[in-house]
Each structure stands twice: as C-alpha cells, then as structure tokens.
Design a protein around this ligand. Structure first.
Ligand code: DAH
Length: 344
C-alpha cells in the first residue's frame, strides 16, 4: 500500500463528484467511497502493510481524504437539493404575494345594502332594532297576531310546517307578540327578518324573502303618525319627498288596515315600467294594531294603541334597481350581484 494509491482514489473521487447530476448518483458514490466495502475502508484495512516510517503520514492522509469526501458529499447533496427546489418552483405557477392586487372586490347582496340603509334610517328616528326566530310556533306566527286556527288568512301564507308542529315563519309579524311583551306599552321597534312561504316560484315570487316589520305603541297614536314615519323613511331613502296614498286593506292583526302606495319615484306618477304604468307602487301594508294583538301581548287596548307596518326588502330592491326577476336575489350569481355596486 502506498501513498500514491490515496492520491489515485482522491483524483477518481474528484472527477466523479464533479460529474454528479442527481441525488441518486450521489448515494452510489457515497457507498462506493465511504461504504463498508468502499475505497476508504479498503485503504484503512491495508494500514498494517504500510512501512512503519510512513504510517503516520499515511494515517493523516487517509483521514484527510475521508473528511474531504464526507464534506464534499454533504455539500453536493445540499446543492442538488437546492437545485431540485428551484426546478420545482420554476415549473409551478407561483403566487407572488408582492404583486399589486388587481382582483375584483366582492359586493354585498343589494338586499343587504337596502336593509342596512332602511334600518339606519329608522334607528335615526329612535327605533330599537330587534330580531326574530326563523323557526316559530303556530302561536307566535299566527294566533298571537289574531289569526286563529281556522282563519282564512292562513291560506294566503302557504306555510312550511315542520314535523314537530312548528313552522318556518311566514311573516316578521311572528315576532310582534314577543317584542310587544318585551318593550311595550310605549315603544318604537323595527325587526327585519327572513321569511318563508311555500310559493310557486316565478319572477315576482320567491319561497324565501326578506321583510322589515315595525311597531309603534303609545298613547293616542294615529294614522297620521304612521304616514309621517313612512314618508320620513322614503325621503331619507330616495333623497326626495315621496307622496304616499292609503288604500283600504285587510290584515287580521290591524284594524283599520291599509295598503300604502308610494308615488313612483322614477316617473313622478306619470307612469313607467317600474310602476307598471299606474304611477303608484304598492309599498307597505300597514294599519293600527288590532286590540286583540295588544291584549295578547299584555297591553291594555283601552289605554294604549299603536300602528304596525311591513316592508318587503326584495320589492324595495326591485324598485330601486329595476331588477326584473326576484330570483336573482337568492341566486348568489356574482355576475348579477356585482352590477349593484354602482347602482345603489
Ligand atoms: N305580515 C304581513 C305579510 O307578511 C305584512 C304586514 C301587513 C305587516 C300589515 C304588518 C301590517 O305589520 O300591519 O303579509
């Protein structure tokens, strides 16, 4: 065994490590030089044959070579791994977080926008904002608002009944009893909510829609107060005075009952597509709260009275935006929704 042999192995290693292009090849080289049957082990095993005077230098040289090979293999391994990562990065479509954002921003459902506007307007007029349940009892949805079991008015609100006898509320009026009990007898409360009816769907009917109900209870409340609040709301919403008219209506929970129409804010009453040529838009069913409803909420109708009204948000949106199909509002179709950003 001569020192020369060590140099030969080193030269061979230098050439081979230089040519390595993949991690698998590197492993082959590692086994070939550092493995149990590798060159270094082989050289070490011949240590005995080395003349005594060369043993020291021989030992140092072998150790130095072994260290060099180990280091070089580790170094090459890291370099190859780094190269593999870079190759993967280059072959993948990367998301560059530093790029300026030019994606479309989302938009709220126009119904949500209108709801917020209307709620804010009533809040500014001193109304408390309340909520209601979506699953309700027959008592709250019907009986407590003067619609007993056999009342024909039930037929006008096709109901989704649940197997436990409860129902999906068909009207925000379902919260009247609870709210009047909580806040009455002197109160001004609005309560927006989602309502459900088992309707045949078409461009003007959905099975899920949104209403806002309002109640005002106090002493000597009159229809003039009702008209005042509705007109104030319309003025704030449409940013101009809107004329209203009352037609007789019928609701079991109000007496007298009215249908409030607004003079079409688009044509000013001349007649257009939005108002169907009539110049008026049916906007807000309302009336003076029926004494039975007050009684059932624990309020003495001889001492207090009040008014109630319902507003359909979907209808308001359709009026505001000229939307021709109510079903768009529940579709979550982003192409439709995004058009309202500028319209409202
Ligand atoms: N609850 C009625 C409906 O959904 C709307 C309504 C009418 C509410 C008159 C009222 C009211 O508070 O006074 O058809």
């Amino acid at each position: 065994m001569e020192l020369n042999e060590i140099y030969e192995v080193e030269k061979k290693f230098d050439a081979e490590i230089e040519a390595v292009a993949a991690l698998a090849e590197l492993e082959t080289i590692r086994v070939k030089y550092l493995g149990k049957k590798g060159y270094i082990t082989d050289i070490m095993s011949k240590f005995r044959e080395v003349p005594a005077d060369q043993k020291k230098e021989f030992g140092q040289k072998v150790n130095a070579l072994k260290n060099k090979i180990e280091n070089k293999i580790e170094e090459t391994k890291l370099a190859l791994e780094q190269k593999a990562i870079e190759a993967e990065i280059n072959s993948t479509e990367m998301f560059d977080y530093s790029l300026p954002v030019d994606t479309e921003t989302g938009s709220l459902n126009p119904r949500t926008i209108i709801q917020k506007q209307v709620v804010d307007i009533f809040k500014n007029m001193g109304f408390v904002v309340e909520d209601g349940n979506e699953v309700e009892t027959d008592y709250n949805n019907f009986e407590s608002v003067n619609v007993p079991k056999s009342h024909p008015a039930r037929d006008t609100q096709d109901t989704f009944w649940l197997s436990n006898g409860q129902l999906l509320k068909t009207q925000t009026s379902a919260a009247q009893n609870r709210i009047l009990r909580t806040y009455g007898p002197v109160c001004k409360v609005i309560f927006p909510g989602r309502v459900f009816r088992n309707e045949q769907l078409d461009a003007r009917h959905e099975n899920t829609f949104f209403q806002l109900e309002g109640v005002v209870v106090g002493k000597n409340i009159t229809v003039a107060n009702l008209i005042y609040f509705e007109k104030a709301m319309l003025k704030a919403l449409f940013k101009k005075d809107i004329e209203v008219r009352l037609r007789p209506g019928f609701f079991p929970f109000t007496e007298p009952s009215y249908e409030m129409d607004a003079k079409c804010p688009f044509c000013g009453g001349r007649g257009c597509q939005t108002c169907g040529g009539s110049g008026w838009i049916e906007l807000c069913p309302c009336g003076m709260i029926h004494p039975n409803v007050l009684k059932m909420a624990g309020i003495d109708p001889d001492e207090y009275n009040g008014f109630a009204f319902g507003l359909g948000f979907d209808r308001l949106v359709m009026i505001r935006t000229n939307l021709d199909d109510i079903r768009h509002l529940n579709s979550n179709n982003l192409k439709v929704m995004s058009q309202f950003k500028t319209k409202m």
